[in-house]
Design a binder for this molecule. Structure first.
Ligand SMILES: *Cc1c(COP(=O)(O)O)cnc(C)c1O
Length: 379
């Protein structure tokens, strides 16, 4: 068994976060982007891993900046004692508190820029701004038709001392397809905007575009800084690749009850699984309210002591059942069943995602409910 997850004695459903693996993964990204700074992306409570402990591990692994979506996420990190640069790119209110807490702001339109200027005036110090340009994702970011107005606003705001334009960035539509031609289109569009900004006297020192996938595979998109998220958590940034990344979250539960059932007995709601023979079944206190997706019913296996056992019958809100076989598979009540993560024989979150028709980002951020987060391997 993995040395960090006990073979038995786990008291409850657990999402164990290996901070050593997180630091390791950060180092891998940093080594692959040697000319760029690393901004660890900690949005959505660090993809469900816990933003504050993850921040410490990412910084230990070589990240020098942090990125989040909302200002509330940034302020929570500040309240937790994090002093390194933090960029927040999705809030449209709360700018005063952000400026006050030295949080850098992503700006996606001339209207947002005007609001940031107003907030900077009120606080009495300049806002540090990264303008986000939409180079083809059509999500947040300044639309091409609004760039000239945004740039003019930035020039005025800098002159008045309300804003310092520190960065220009964009986000990729096909980052996970390393040879996609649209990556070139977005790279060139970003470079053109940066050139135009410079031609008008602006001096952004941080140009950035790369998420995990591009940080690992596309040096031409590294610019000054890369923004990895999923790679830090040991996800699979590019399908079919590994890069030596280690899973950070191990989702595991004790087997809390073992009992014999007879051939022909149905298991769980709707009897979607009927025992084909006399067998022993084990009960796992994890269900769809905790992030074991109901559509995975009868489709996954858990790892116990390095052996895999099929989950059988419908996954319920709070529990699910596994088939241990006629001889019980050598499993005892109290043994640890690993749902996914870093243990011999265990699935990775990406295996669940493939079965669900989604991505491991959603599987990881879906772990919730009664899953207690615990931390090991602090670097
Ligand atoms: C989520 C996000 C990232 C990180 O993306 P990954 O694919 O998880 O590496 C980077 N930049 C922005 C703007 C994001 O929203």
């Amino acid at each position: 068994m993995n040395t960090q997850i006990p073979a038995s004695g786990l008291e409850r459903l657990t999402a164990q976060i290996d901070l050593g693996a997180l630091a390791h993964n950060t180092r891998i990204v940093a080594e692959r982007a040697p000319g760029a700074a690393v901004m660890a992306v900690l949005k959505a409570d660090a993809y469900g891993h816990g933003a504050l402990p993850v921040a410490g591990a990412a910084l230990a692994g070589g990240a020098t900046e942090l990125g989040v979506t909302t200002i509330d996420e940034a302020l929570a990190l500040r309240e937790g004692g994090v002093t390194v640069p933090i960029l927040s790119w999705l809030s449209t209110s709360g700018y005063e508190a952000a400026i006050d807490a030295d949080v850098r702001l992503g700006v996606s339109s001339p209207r947002q820029l005007a609001d940031v200027v107003k907030a900077a005036r009120a606080v009495g110090r300049p806002a540090v701004v990264h303008v986000k340009v939409d180079t083809g994702l059509a999500r947040n970011g300044v639309a091409p038709g609004e760039w000239a107005a945004t740039r003019a606003g930035l020039v005025d705001a800098e002159r008045a001392g309300h804003v310092r334009l520190q960065g220009v960035f964009t986000h990729l539509a096909h980052g996970d397809v390393p040879d996609h031609p649209f990556l070139d289109v977005q790279r060139d569009a970003l470079a053109a905007v940066v050139a135009d900004a410079r031609a008008h006297g602006l001096t952004p020192e941080l140009v950035h575009a790369a998420n995990s996938a591009a940080a690992l595979t596309r040096p031409d998109l590294h610019f000054d800084l890369v923004r990895p998220g999923i790679a830090l958590y040991g996800g699979v940034p590019v399908p079919g690749t590994d890069f030596g990344l280690r899973p950070v979250m191990t989702f595991a539960a004790p087997v809390i009850l073992i009992k014999p059932i007879r051939a022909g007995d149905g298991v769980s709601y709707g009897h979607s699984w009927i025992a084909p023979r006399d067998t022993m079944v084990g009960l796992i206190p994890a269900g769809y309210a905790d992030g074991v997706w109901r559509p995975l019913s009868n489709r996954i296996e858990v790892a116990i002591g390095g052996r895999r056992f099929p989950q059988v019958g419908r996954v319920c809100m709070d529990q699910c059942v596994i088939d241990l076989g006629p001889d019980g598979g050598g499993v005892a009540e109290g043994d640890t069943a690993v749902l996914f993560g870093d243990a011999p024989g265990a699935d990775r979150a990406a295996d669940w995602a493939d079965k669900l028709g989604t991505i491991d980002y959603e599987v990881l951020t879906g772990v919730r409910g009664r899953a207690a987060r615990t931390y090991t391997g602090a670097p």
